[in-house]
Design a protein around this ligand. Structure first.
Ligand code: SAM
Length: 231
């Protein structure tokens, strides 16, 4: 799957060269490409922004550099889903990440800066996505969050795809159960006996109950109507 990002700060995307996503890139399972918006800037100063009509603070991103940058990427990589990163977009969650992961050949994410985009840019994209109800100073981190969330769902990126079903927001739609590793006792806190016993049916039942209990306490809204309360 391909991920393309139009940005004024392409160097920021190098954060994705590390860890799981970096390894997936090296293995060729996914590709991540940053495209410098400045290359499409206007005039000698490669201008990409201007003062807002009607007055007001800050600068607004002009539509022409974004249009030519997007046209160029789309001409070279046809079929990408064009996504505007904006706090005004639909909120990213796991179902949306799954949906985006099904889009072939991939995504073109447009990262804003300044006070955001000229309104006419919205007509040039397929979707608008926000990563949360807060305002960042730029869309690069937001685009990287989308790439992280979507890429790990791409077959072949995770070593053990079963972990996707069990982790938070997986097939059950609840938070993940508590996890423990060695040592058996740490600062007076012991690993629950059931996990040490090797009875897989009992471990599965314990994990199901704990996952549900934890979700009811922390995120009750996630419990699906078909679910039963923890006992
Ligand atoms: N003035 C804009 C508003 O009130 O909606 C905010 C502009 S913000 C300072 C600059 C850029 O950061 C946005 O164009 C967008 O690309 C990105 N951005 C900021 N917060 C975001 C969020 N929660 N989700 C996605 N992108 C965000």
């Amino acid at each position: 799957m391909e991920f393309h990002v139009i940005t004024l700060f392409p160097e920021m995307l190098s954060a994705l060269d590390a860890g799981l996503i970096g390894r997936a890139q090296k293995r060729g399972v996914i590709t991540v490409r940053a495209h410098n918006l400045r290359d499409h800037g206007l005039g000698n100063y490669r201008q990409v922004d201007d003062a807002p009509y009607g007055g007001g603070s800050g600068m607004v991103m002009r539509p022409e550099p974004l249009a030519t940058a997007m046209d160029e990427v789309m001409a070279r990589h046809p079929g990408l889903l064009r996504i505007l990163m904006t706090p005004q977009g639909e909120l990213l969650d796991q179902p949306l990440a799954r949906e985006l992961g099904g889009h072939q050949p991939g995504l073109l994410l447009v990262a804003g800066r300044y006070e955001g985009f000229d309104e006419r840019v919205r007509s040039m994209v397929d979707r608008e996505i926000s990563i949360g109800d807060y305002v960042l100073s730029g869309g690069e981190l937001a685009a990287m969050v989308v790439i992280e969330a979507v890429a790990r769902l791409v077959p072949g990126v995770l070593g053990n795809p079963e972990s996707l079903a069990e982790e938070s927001f997986g097939t059950g739609g609840v938070l993940e159960y508590p996890q423990y590793t060695r040592p058996e006792e740490f600062r007076g806190m012991r690993v629950p006996e059931v996990l040490l016993g090797g009875d897989h049916a009992k471990i599965r039942a314990w994990r199901e109950i704990e996952a549900r209990r934890r979700t009811e306490r922390r995120r009750p809204g996630l419990i699906r109507s078909r679910g039963k309360p923890a006992t």
